[in-house]
Design a binder for this molecule. Structure first.
Ligand code: BGC
Length: 461
C-alpha cells in the first residue's frame, strides 16, 4: 500500500468515529419518538389516563421538540455544534431517567417535554454537524447516517416494546434510552467541533487540525479558503432570514421540512398498529406487523444511503412521492370501496398492510434521509443554524398536528378519507419540489451558496 493510501486509511478510521457519535443523537430521536407507541398501552391503565391525557403524554414530546428546535438554531451558532450536542445528551439522560421514574402523569408529561427539547435539538444539530464535517463527495451519504440512526432507534423501540409487552414494563421501555444517551455524552466529549463553525469564530488553526483528520493538506487549505470567502461576503444574523437572496433557500427548507410530516409518515410510525387493528388485525398480529414496518424502514434507508450521492436529491424526492401517492391512493380507495374486513386475511386487510409497507419503502428510500441532507445544504452558512431552527420548528408543529388529529380522524371517518387526504398533500409536495428544489449533489456547500447569491442578483437586476 502506498504512503498516501495508508494515510488516507488512517484518516478514514478516525473520521468514522466522528460520524458514528455525531449520528447517535439521531438514534435517541428515533427511540424516544418510537417507544411511546407501545408504552402508552401500559401507561394508560397504570396511571389511570383519560384519552385526553393519553394524547398529552404522546404529543408533549413533540411540543418540547418544537421548542428545542427553535432554541437550538441560535444556540448552535453561538455555542458551537459540538457543545450543543453535549447539552442535548445531558438533556436526553435527564429526560429518560425522569420519565421512567415518574410517580404521576404530571411529572411524566414534564419529562416528556424535557426529552422533546433534546429530540428537537438533535433533529437540528446532528444533520448540521455531519454535513459540516463531511467531505463533499460523501456528504449525502454521511448526512443520511442521521436518518439511518433515527430508523434504527425506532426499530429498537419497537423491538423493546414487543419484548416487554408481556410484562407491561413501560418504565423500562422509557428508561432504557439512558444507555445510548450516556454513550453519546461520553463519545461526543472526545469529538471535534466542525471546521466551518471554528472558522466562523476565527479559530482557523483548530479548523485545519479537524479537516486534516479526513482530508489531504491541499484539500484542507482549499476548504478553509472557500469557507472564509463565503464568510466575508455575508452579514449574518436573524435579520438576514428576510433578505431576498436567502428567501428561495428558506422556502425550500421550510417546504421540505413541513411536507415530510404532512404527507403522513407518523400516522404509520406512531399508529400502524392502530390502523391494522382497524382493518381486522388482533393485538399480537398488529405488533408483529409493526416490527416488519420498522425493519423495512431501516433497510430502505440503507438503500438510500447507497444511492443518494449518485442519483441526486431531486430525483429521489420526486420518485419517492410517486410511490407514496400510489400507496396512499390504493389504500384510501380500497378501504372506501371494498367491504369491511374482519380478519387479517380479508382482501382489504392484505391491501392495507401492502400499502403501508409500500409507503414506508418509498418514504425511507427517499424523503426520510433526503430532507435531512438537503436542509443544511441549501441554507447559507451564517444563518444556517437559525434558519434550520425555523424550518425544524415548523416540522415539529406539523408532526404535532398530524399526530394529534389522526386518531380522531381514524375513529370518525375510518382510514379511507384521511389517507386520500395525505395523497392529495403528496401531489402538492410533487408540484413544490418540481418548482422550487434545485440539485445539490456533488457541489460544495460554498458553491451552492455562491449560486444562490448569483441567482438572486440575476433575479433582482
Ligand atoms: C422523520 C420522523 C419519522 C422518521 C421515520 C424522520 O425523518 O422526521 O418524523 O418518524 O423519519 O423513519
Amino acid at each position: 500500500m502506498s504512503n498516501a493510501a495508508s494515510a488516507a486509511e488512517g484518516r478514514g478510521s478516525t473520521s468514522k468515529l466522528v460520524y458514528f457519535f455525531g449520528a447517535l443523537g439521531g438514534m435517541l430521536f428515533g427511540y424516544d419518538t418510537g417507544v411511546i407507541s407501545g408504552a402508552i398501552l401500559f401507561i394508560s391503565p397504570d396511571l389511570g389516563l383519560t384519552p385526553f391525557l393519553e394524547g398529552l403524554v404522546v404529543a408533549s414530546l413533540l411540543l418540547g421538540a418544537a421548542i428545542g428546535a427553535a432554541c437550538a438554531g441560535p444556540l448552535s451558532d453561538r455555542l458551537g455544534r459540538r457543545n450543543l450536542i453535549l447539552i442535548a445528551a445531558v438533556t436526553f439522560t435527564v429526560g429518560a431517567i425522569g420519565a421512567a421514574l415518574s410517580p404521576n402523569v404530571a411529572v411524566l408529561v414534564l419529562f416528556r417535554v424535557v426529552l422533546g427539547l433534546a429530540v428537537g435539538a438533535a433533529a437540528l444539530i446532528v444533520p448540521l454537524y455531519l454535513s459540516e464535517i463531511a467531505p463533499t463527495e460523501i456528504r449525502g451519504a454521511i448526512s443520511s447516517l442521521n436518518q439511518l440512526m433515527i430508523t434504527v432507534g425506532i426499530l429498537l423501540a419497537f423491538i423493546v416494546n414487543a419484548l416487554l409487552a408481556d410484562s407491561g414494563a413501560w418504565r423500562w421501555m422509557l428508561g432504557l434510552a439512558v444507555i445510548p444517551s450516556l454513550i453519546l455524552l461520553v463519545g461526543m466529549y472526545f469529538m471535534p467541533e466542525t471546521p466551518r463553525w471554528l472558522v466562523s469564530r476565527g479559530r482557523e488553526n483548530e479548523a485545519r487540525d479537524v479537516l486534516l483528520q479526513s482530508r489531504t493538506e491541499e484539500e484542507a487549505e482549499n476548504e478553509i479558503r472557500e469557507i472564509k470567502e463565503v464568510e466575508r461576503e455575508e452579514e449574518g444574523g436573524l435579520r438576514e432570514l428576510a433578505a431576498p437572496w436567502v428567501r428561495p433557500a428558506l422556502i425550500v427548507a421550510i417546504g421540505l421540512a413541513v411536507f415530510q410530516q404532512i404527507i403522513g409518515i407518523n400516522t404509520i410510525i406512531y399508529y400502524a398498529p392502530t390502523t391494522l387493528k382497524n382493518v381486522g388485525y388482533g393485538d399480537a398480529a398488529a405488533i408483529y406487523a409493526n416490527l416488519i414496518i420498522g425493519a423495512v424502514n431501516v433497510l430502505m434507508t440503507l438503500v438510500a444511503i447507497r444511492i443518494i450521492d449518485s442519483t441526486g436529491r431531486k430525483p429521489l424526492l420526486l420518485g419517492g412521492l410517486v410511490g407514496m401517492i400510489v400507496s396512499l391512493t390504493v389504500l384510501g380507495l380500497s378501504t372506501l370501496l371494498l367491504s369491511e374486513p374482519s380478519s387479517p386475511t380479508d382482501t382489504v386487510a392484505i391491501i392495507t398492510l401492502l400499502c403501508l409497507a409500500g409507503f414506508i419503502i418509498s418514504f425511507a428510500a427517499t424523503w426520510g434521509p433526503t430532507v435531512w441532507v438537503v436542509l443544511p445544504e441549501v441554507l447559507p452558512l451564517r444563518i444556517r443554524g437559525t434558519a434550520m431552527g425555523v424550518a425544524i420548528f415548523l416540522h415539529w408543529i406539523a408532526n404535532f398536528i398530524v399526530s394529534q388529529t389522526f386518531p380522531s380522524l381514524l375513529a370518525a371517518l375510518g382510514p379511507g378519507i384521511p389517507f386520500l387526504g395525505y395523497a392529495v398533500i403528496g401531489v402538492l409536495a410533487f408540484i413544490f419540489v418540481s418548482a422550487f428544489v434545485t440539485e445539490t449533489k456533488g457541489r460544495s456547500l460554498e458553491e451552492i451558496e455562491a449560486d444562490l447569491q448569483e441567482r438572486a442578483s440575476f433575479a433582482s437586476g
